[in-house]
Design a protein around this ligand. Sequence first.
Ligand code: FAD
Ligand code: SIN
Length: 538
Amino acid sequence: MKYSKYSVIIIGSGLAGLYAALKIEQQTNLRDGILMVTKADLGESNSRYAQGGIVGVIKENKKDSTVSHISDTIKAGAGLSEFNAVKFVSEKSDEVIKDLLNFGVKFDTDENGNFSYTLEAAHSIKRVLHSGGDATGRMIEKALTKDVFENQNIDVYEHTIAVELLVDSKKECKGVIVFNEITQEYETIYSPVVILATGGLGQLYKYTTNPAVATGDGIALAYNAGSVLRDLEFIQFHPTALAIDGDENRFLISEAVRGEGAKLVDADGIEFMSKYHEKRELAPRDIVTRANYSEMLENHTDHVYLNATCIPKEKLEERFPNISRICAENGIDISRDFIPVAPAAHYSMGGVKTNIEGETSIKGLYAIGEVSSTGLHGGNRLASNSLLECVVCAYEVAQVLKNKELKTPKQINSDIKMIIDKYSKDLLMDEIDITSLKRELQDIMWRGAGIVRSEKTLVAALDEIYQLAKKFPRSVKCLNKEEYEFKNMLLVSELIINAALQRKESRGAHYRLDYLNTDENGVHSVIKRAKGELSFVG
Ligand code: FAD
Ligand code: SIN
């Protein structure tokens, strides 16, 4: 086993991880440098695929205010958003957006050189900044990855998966064990600060907008280490992913297309959203998703349509160059044809419980970005608040670390040694067909813990997962990256289902057919592992 030490380890290279690395490096005295560990290429992440944009409550925009943004976020959050977190993130938006510009990020502007804002669902005004039309994520990621690669104080391990956190019995995190899928080597890395920036978990579901890396690893790592998790049952399904036969990782058709005027229609071109909400296509995301789902059930189809033909062709090409291109590659001219769309798993509102600075319940362990649960999103995230949260929390974690002395742990105790030993032994393991097991799990989660759930579907799903787990005889050490990911997916699926069973109401994205009402008081669900068992602590 190889050993190394760093002042800070960041796991994940999406927007949260990249920006945190750059801010920490800028502000903190680092004796042993920063290590970024990422399980694919640098930049491969949910962030890379973000389309619509990032919320910018910019001081110069006199039409907007933090009061309005806070109110929209809280309304969308279905009674579970934490006011202080919402206020903090909103008020910080102006500063962090302007800071991103210093790192070479460019946002689209109008003919006068002012920021160009777009509208997305449940926002009361146009406040979403975009870049490259509909390539916001890619443009931000390109600028930040360049800076990270060029930075002498930041080392990057690509194609390396974090497999276990080094947390001792005093609940202090001392580092992480990683596995390099190219060299097949394990390495123990010590550090007083480990930041989880591992993103989401869309891959748990059959249909998702998320890329292959989104397997919920950070939640599994934190749970196994005894960290507190919150609100895992709240999975956001995006209403409009491109629904092409056989394509399960679905390309997103941004909400901004509806923001620019596109309508949801059935096969006959009849609009239906007025049946579901007064804001029609711009109702909160959970409502539009369930509307599409109901229409699909009623009409026995696997998609509805988005009609963007009311938007001038030149505007479509300028604002949505990638959506236009991908649709054209699939034989759809979006200026003339309806776009077949269906819901797909998109975002995890819950995650590792943190404050706005990313501190978890474990000393030395931080979580930022989609893996975290800061309380901003409540039961249903407002569009384009996620990228903003990534940037604000990355900025804040850097502020916290600025005042800390980052000393690499000197003495490694027996708890940590026991963890390392598990990965040092060579084990004889037969290959497992992970692709088919993964498909089975995704199908179970889609049917049992998807857009609508009930005790019956959830219990059946849990049962099927227990059966599936029997085909996967790994408890700690695995053969390859795919196995580690599948191990995490099994665990996180089980946690989501348990959280969903606990919540006997419908709220935001958690919709139970057997409990349609929303309780008067919204409470968070809180899970942690105690003595090796799952326990609900809230
Ligand atoms: P990610 O960007 O997902 O990065 C996670 C990183 O962690 C990856 O590099 C991954 O490889 C790495 N990783 C994971 N596990 C491990 C492990 N065990 N070891 C090592 N590395 C690991 N939000 C908005 O606000 N606006 C939008 O317009 C928008 N559009 C979206 C469009 C799409 C198609 C998708 C999928 C999401 C969109 N979202 C949008 C949501 C938003 O993009 C994400 O929530 C956000 O980018 C998450 O950033 P992150 O840095 O937390 O995680
Ligand atoms: C979109 O562009 O529709 C996605 C925006 C988001 O998830 O915030």
